[in-house]
Design a protein around this ligand. Structure first.
Ligand code: CAA
Length: 378
């Protein structure tokens, strides 16, 4: 049993209260209109949720990795689109804190944590390089004292809105040792915003492609050391995957709560359908699995917070929580019957939103590769 400390309870409570008052009532409209939640993201920043695990000296809440996942669960339960923007922004800002120079931290981190920029992006994937993250084609070549960036990226969350973007590019030979990463400002000359993807779910979270055409970067734009890019990407994703585990728990919980409400309300054969064992057993399984997902996610976050290895636990939390969230959302639709198939009820939105969680930040198949490697390690 996880006993939350005072800070964690406070963060959870303030995220819950904001999520239920300000996000839940507009989540369906944001989704329907594909509207970027700019104002809401600024309010999340005011609550400290755009740098939950970032030191106070850079404007963060310094509340730790466990507080971060607790907040992520609450925000995701209300609006999964807003939550994924928050998740990627927190992943980026933590990566800058972890690997950035003092100058980079001072320049970029307070911009993000204060909400002066709406969001931050993580630009690793490319049109032909998703799961095989070491096979990048985007390249940065040396030019005088700086770099010139050329190439393209795909599936970039908030790529058209971000004030700060971490971009991975090849600076050396093939494979994982040949990549480096750079900090880029939104609107930089040579940065082009491409297609805005028309997604199944998470429709208020923009996903775009980016391209770089002779984009000049000073030497000081490199994040970490030359050739360290892949390790930075993996370390960032370890933390990111715990966040997506939390997002999945939030979406699954929303699906479960909606299904319970409907089952108590809906009458069939002269009684609420919640009286039927066929429904009760479904709800029992979903509740149990979501609790297990919550505990796996909290464990991964607690290990991260304690500075212990958590790669295996992050992948376990991500694969389990995302698959159980999909099951919860599927059962949620089933319990609603025909109404679950209409956009009058949030069940269908949860179903669409949950679907992304087994894909982004490493597919379920990639998580199983990571877990199996750790399990088989000598
Ligand atoms: N932490 C630190 N270093 C790590 C690491 C980790 N978690 N995992 C691997 N490394 C290091 C290894 O130790 C190794 O270093 P050495 O060569 O010095 O030993 C090096 O990185 C190469 O590792 P691998 O041999 O394991 O690399 P691989 O090519 O076999 O790839 C992989 C491993 C797990 C498949 C990886 O490519 C991967 O995670 N792929 C999925 C990519 C992904 O998740 N993309 C998501 C995009 S972001 C997104 O979706 C965000 C969004 O907007 C929502």
């Amino acid at each position: 049993m996880f006993e939350l400390n005072e800070t964690q309870r406070m963060v959870q409570q303030s995220a819950r209260s904001y999520a239920q008052k300000a996000l839940a009532p507009i989540a369906a409209a944001l989704d329907r209109e594909g509207r970027f939640p700019r104002e809401q993201l600024r309010e999340l920043a005011e609550l400290g949720l755009m740098g939950v695990n970032v030191p106070e000296e850079f404007g963060g809440a310094a509340a730790g990795a466990v507080s971060y996942v607790l907040a992520m669960m609450e925000i995701s339960q209300a609006c999964a689109s807003t939550a994924v923007i928050m998740a990627v922004t927190n992943m980026v800002v933590e990566t800058i804190v972890h690997f950035g120079s003092q100058e980079q931290k001072q320049r970029y981190v307070p911009e993000i944590t204060s909400g002066r920029v709406a969001a931050a992006s993580y630009a690793l994937s490319e049109p032909h390089t998703g799961s095989d993250a070491a096979a990048l084609s985007t390249n940065a070549r040396r030019d005088g004292g700086g770099w010139v960036l050329n190439g393209s990226k795909q599936w970039i969350t908030s790529g058209d809105q971000a004030g700060v973007i971490i971009v991975w590019a090849r600076t050396g030979g093939p494979g994982s040792k040949g990549s480096s990463c750079f900090l880029l400002e939104g609107g930089a000359p040579g940065l082009h915003i491409g297609k805005h993807e028309d997604k199944m779910g998470l429709r208020a979270s923009p996903t775009v492609s980016l391209s770089f055409e002779d984009l000049r970067l000073p030497a000081s734009a490199m994040l970490g050391a030359e050739g360290q890019g892949f390790a930075i990407a993996m370390r960032a994703l370890d933390g990111g995957r715990v966040g997506i585990g939390a997002q999945a728990v939030g979406i699954g919980t929303a699906a479960l709560e909606d299904a319970v409400r409907y089952a108590k309300d809906r009458q069939a054969f002269g009684q609420p359908i919640a009286n039927f064992q066929a429904i009760r057993f479904l709800l029992a399984d979903v509740a149990t699995e979501l609790d297990a997902a919550r505990l796996l996610t909290l464990r991964a976050a607690a290990l991260k917070e304690a500075g212990k290895p958590f790669t295996r636990e992050a992948s376990m939390a991500k694969v389990f929580a995302s698959e159980k969230a999909n099951k919860a959302a599927d059962i949620g639709v089933q319990i609603h019957g025909g109404y679950g198939y209409l956009d009058e009820f949030p069940a269908e939105r949860h179903y669409r939103d949950a679907r992304a969680t087994t894909i982004y930040e490493g597919t379920s198949e990639i998580q199983r590769i990571v877990i199996a490697r750790e399990v088989l390690k000598d």
